[in-house]
Design a protein around this ligand. Structure first.
Ligand code: ADP
Ligand code: ZN
Length: 222
């Protein structure tokens, strides 16, 4: 069982790393941001409730997020493990997650903090473009699509998330420092935190994460 939490500022690359690692590790990638955006796009009741909050770059209330995650973790594909990306984002959410895991008889493997400075973040996010069809993430500066503004695979025009505009990015960073930064300390105190430099590039970061979880698997095998 590999149960991971990915922590870090918006734009640290959590989603990109998770998409790669879910294939390698064969465990689901659960992004609360993706869940909310899908709900907004398909106009569900949940979507109606969170749309304005997302557009402003604010946090969805804890009880709503906790319920969404509880339901998702109860599905059978999470039995072998999961990568939680974008949750927990407050200390209260971290406590709620602890309760869920205890009920499920699980013990968190690691909470991994991807460290990236604010200037790098703003640069990355404002240049981020997404394929509306397959969800692939591009960066106009560091990993541009082969053809101008078209997804390499689907050939459809890439889009910019509403909350990826600079003003909202700065707001999200502020919300992160106020609410989510303390979650790092929460896991550190429990001896559950590992830190990875999030500026060294996708391949190196993925390797680092695999080194972390590999060690655990070997340790439990001994
Ligand atoms: P980011 O790129 O900032 O990590 P996400 O895709 O994770 O963005 O989340 C987008 C938005 O969804 C957040 O700005 C917030 O409004 C909402 N959201 C996602 N996860 C949570 C959470 N755990 N708690 C509260 N709000 C959340
Ligand atoms: Zn695509």
């Amino acid at each position: 069982m590999i149960d991971l939490v990915f922590l870090g500022p918006p734009g640290a690359g959590k989603g990109t790393y998770a998409k790669k690692l879910k294939e390698i590790l064969g465990i689901p990638h659960i992004s609360t941001g993706d869940i909310f955006r899908e709900a907004v796009a398909s106009g569900t009741e949940l979507g109606e409730r969170v749309k304005n909050i997302l557009d402003r770059g604010e946090l969805v209330p804890d009880d709503i997020v906790n319920e969404v995650v509880r339901e998702r973790l109860s599905r059978p594909d999470c039995e072998r493990g999961f990568i939680l990306d974008g949750y927990p984002r407050t200390v209260d959410q971290a406590k709620a997650l602890d309760e869920m895991l205890e009920e499920m008889g699980k013990d968190l493997t690691w909470s991994i903090f991807f460290d990236v400075p604010e200037e790098v973040i703003v640069q990355r996010i404002t240049n981020r473009r997404i394929c509306p069809k397959c969800g692939r993430i591009y960066n106009l500066l560091t990993s541009p699509p082969k053809e101008d503004n078209l997804c390499d695979v689907c050939k459809v025009p890439l889009i910019q998330r509403e909350d990826d505009k600079e003003e909202v990015v700065r707001k999200r960073y502020k919300v992160y420092m106020e609410n989510t930064f303390p979650v790092i300390g929460y896991y550190e105190e429990k001896g559950k935190l590992r830190k990875i430099d999030g500026t060294v590039g996708l391949d190196k970061v993925v390797k680092e994460v695999l080194r972390l979880v590999d060690k655990d698997q070997n340790a439990t095998r001994d």
